[in-house]
Design a protein around this ligand. Sequence first.
Ligand SMILES: Cc1ncc(COP(=O)(O)O)c(C=O)c1O
Length: 378
Amino acid sequence: MINARRFFRPTWAEVHLGALQDNLRRFRRRMPRSTKILFVVKGDAYGHGAVACAQAAQKVRVVDWLGVSSVEEGVALREAGIRLPVLVLGSLYPFESFLAAAEFGLTPTVASLDSARRLAEVARRLGRKVSCHIKIETGMGRIGMSPAAAVATATCLSENRLVDVAGAYTHFSCAGGPGAGADIDRAFTLEQLRRFRRALRDLARAGVSPCLRHAANSAAALRLPASRLDLVRPGLAIYGLYPGFKPVLSLKSKVVFLKTVPRGAVIGYGATFRARRPTRVATIPIGYADGLSRRLSNRGEALLGGRRCAIIGNVSMDMLMLDATAVPGARVGDDVVFIGRQGREEILAAEIAAAAGTIPYETTTALTGRVPRTFLLS
Ligand SMILES: Cc1ncc(COP(=O)(O)O)c(C=O)c1O
């Protein structure tokens, strides 16, 4: 076990890097040999710790690329010694960041003619070749060029011998997958894929044939084989937030205070919970400042003594209360699990997300810097 840093408050997240590596191998086995894998580690690896996850990924040698959302995220990986190719998936405005991206060997996304011109300028200034992936809009409505604009941009770039259009990609808007808030919309996703293929044909006709064509996230790669193309970009599955993969992150704390309150006693801010019977109440030092949603007030559950205990009253900034009546043996210092397994019971991030009215991506990404990540290697 490697501790990220010393901590005293007994609230922490365990990141099972061995499970992450197993997930990577499992994902690799399910893809054709010729399909490359870009592991998405943006948003601090969905809250799991980008550097540790990238290092673990680098060791298993089944990942070809990493994906981040900003130059800053990419630089942090380079400074930690990560050598894998890194694609910056986000928009690079202001375009000065192209220079930093090139200096740190990060591959930027070009999503407009304007940004293409600025990248060409950077290449001229550096006097060396830079490569990029161009982003094509097919139904996400976020960043990306229409197929016609993509042809104009790629042509402009390919005329400049210092810029290599190494990849072209699009992004599916309705490929959440089970547990991710909504199931994949096959018809919509296949229509996006058709639009993308048409755009690629237009590019080829204009003499631009990027080697890496990609579109699929976890759900699309697993469930729509036609979308795999040259490279797939999983995040969710690798963190075990997709069915069939091992959960990687557990969120834990301990009982710090225990009391029995009489029938009629109220609990927490706003007195939103009133005991209907004498109730054993456990106070746990975790709250919304840790990223545990306040929407779990009087809704969520946690595991104590191997049993599910209801969150009672409002979740406050630093603490919450559990109904521990069903665990008569509970003691101060006992472990409490919010995400993960205890005995025969397990709470998945997807369950917490559903109770909080959100998606697992947000549940793990929302965990704040106040929650130390403890990395487990096996
Ligand atoms: C451009 C891009 N590709 C791939 C992914 C990974 O998606 P998933 O976590 O559903 O596999 C994301 C995540 O949001 C993304 O923004």
